[in-house]
Ligand binder design. Structure first.
Ligand code: BG6
Length: 494
């Protein structure tokens, strides 16, 4: 479907409406759909949360939050239109009476009656089941119109938990009603990975263990955990980023061409990659996976607290804010090629990229060039904040002699005047019109948990203190050990 296709009228309930995700992503994205006049006239939003507020208090809170977040995009006229669509239902997720009030509210919509419904669970994983059961208890799982339930990541907190949650959802909803979200799938540069690989005959033939030495995937964040200790301290970087966003990036880099550009064909290929990832035996986890926590430091002249000093974090917490890992994919294309992944909060740069190092040429012809300068070729895919594809190749150094130097071929992804489509905006539009292409099938979730579960088990059995890294650095020294004895190292720049 085309992202500009018309959206359907619906009633859209946001659970966790006063939370971080709603404030930073959901409300701004829905507001932008309003700004672009994409929301049909009959579109109602219900904010569901615990705070003891009425409609007016909710709107005042939302206005303040959007004004701060949106800057010049915020206009009083657009906000007035947007706010008219909202009502607020106060309630505890475990209290069935609150869902009865929700049902009542949905019967008196602000802009017209609509039997299409969306329930967006912007909740902590441990709260999903209560919401799903209680929605079903008041009959809100069997509507007359199009009905969707949106579940944020992480889907469960381990393999068993994910299976139990899935079973719970399936008691009340059909698979086509369940939208498991991973917003990385809707990032344009992530989608561009498919185009880069499968629309260029130049690339695909070398995308193979015969030519590729290793792959690095880095998702670096400068921010700390902000106000999310409640969620993050129970989650950590492995569950928050690796099991979902980074596994999705890895599958897009490693998968075979799908039979068609269609949701199930793509998911089939991604699942094949996840199934081929070599499980890390429990006793090899320490040598293949590094975890760490950020420590207090001064960043750009300002003191920044360490993870244990963040408000709401347990003082003896062993939650990791950094993970680096080495995986192998045992299939014909990738056997023997290491995939190094890393992500962390409070790193040196807000930067996500995929760096692919090619093999050395089989013969060293250019002996006038110091060996140290004979670096292999790199293909660099920058996902954010810069978006582009670069290649580092050798060319002759101008002048006498036959020395080489590295030059870069640069391909920016977008012209500066092309507007950036926000991932959440695209996904919310997909949800409202019922397009599941960019959402995750359960077997993807399940196989991704199978990859990270041994790591979680090994960590749970090992209570040693975590290594630390200074806030504002590229992570702990220990992460270098993943390359011990090899001529490889982390690449910190694209
Ligand atoms: C979220 C994680 O899913 O992704 C956050 O819960 C993380 O911890 C965020 O900061 C990163 O998303 P983006 O789009 O800023 O790369």
């Amino acid at each position: 479907m085309n992202s500009e296709d018309a959206l359907y009228p619906c009633s859209f309930v946001i659970f966790g409406a006063t939370g971080h995700l709603a404030a930073t992503k959901l409300l701004p994205s829905l507001y932008r759909l309003e700004l672009q006049k994409r929301l049909p006239e009959v579109t109602n939003f219900v904010a569901f949360a615990r705070r003891d507020w009425d409609d007016a208090a909710w709107k005042a809170h939302m206005e303040e939050s959007l004004r701060q977040k949106l800057g010049a995009q915020f206009t009083p006229e657009c906000f007035a239109r947007f706010a008219t669509r909202f009502s607020y239902v106060r309630g505890d997720l475990n209290d069935v009476q609150a869902y009865k009030r929700l049902l009542e509210e949905l019967g008196k919509p602000k802009t017209g009656v609509c039997s299409n419904m969306v329930f967006y669970l912007a909740l902590k994983p441990e709260d999903f089941s209560a919401a799903v059961d209680n929605l079903a208890a008041v009959g809100l799982n069997r509507p007359r119109g199009l009905h969707r339930i949106v579940v944020e990541k992480p889907f469960g907190s381990d393999l068993q938990g994910a299976q139990a949650l899935n079973e719970r959802l399936h008691r009340h909803y059909d698979e086509q009603q369940i939208y498991r979200i991973d917003h990385y799938l809707a990032k344009e540069t992530v989608q561009n990975l498919l185009v880069f690989r499968f629309a260029n005959t130049l690339i695909e033939p070398v995308w193979h263990r015969h030519f590729i030495d290793h792959v690095q995937i880095t998702v670096g964040e400068r921010a700390g955990i902000e106000t999310r200790a409640d969620y993050y301290d129970k989650s950590g970087a492995l569950r928050d980023m690796v099991q979902n966003h980074i596994m999705q990036l890895l599958t897009l880099v490693a998968m075979e061409p799908p039979a068609a550009l269609e949701a199930n064909a793509l998911r089939d290929e991604k699942v094949k990659v996840l199934r081929s990832i070599r499980p890390i035996p429990l006793d090899e986890v320490p040598a293949s996976v590094v975890r760490a926590q950020y420590a207090a430091a001064s960043v750009e002249g300002k003191p920044v607290p360490g993870y244990l000093g963040e408000p709401g974090v347990e003082k003896n917490s062993s939650t990791e804010t950094y993970v680096a890992a080495r995986f192998y994919i045992d299939n014909w294309r990738w056997r023997g090629v290491p995939f190094y992944l890393r992500t962390g909060k409070r790193l040196a740069e807000q930067q996500s990229f995929i760096a692919i190092r090619m093999r050395h040429p089989p013969q060293q012809l250019f002996r006038e060039t110091a060996l140290a300068n004979m670096t292999p070729n790199w293909i660099l895919l920058s996902l954010q904040p810069d978006e582009g594809m670069h290649m580092e190749i050798h060319a002759k150094r101008p002048g006498l002699g036959m020395q080489t130097r590295v030059i870069r071929m640069e391909a920016g992804y977008r012209d500066s005047h092309e507007p950036a489509a926000d991932a959440y905006e695209a996904l919310l539009a997909d949800i409202i019109r019922g397009d599941a292409t960019n959402f995750i099938r359960f077997d993807e979730v399940e196989w991704a948990w199978r990859v990270v579960d041994p790591i979680l088990r090994s960590w749970a059995a090992n209570r040693e203190a975590l290594p630390t890294y200074p806030a504002g650095s590229w992570g702990p020294e220990e992460a270098r050990a993943l390359f011990a004895g090899e001529d490889r190292m982390w690449r910190d720049q694209v």
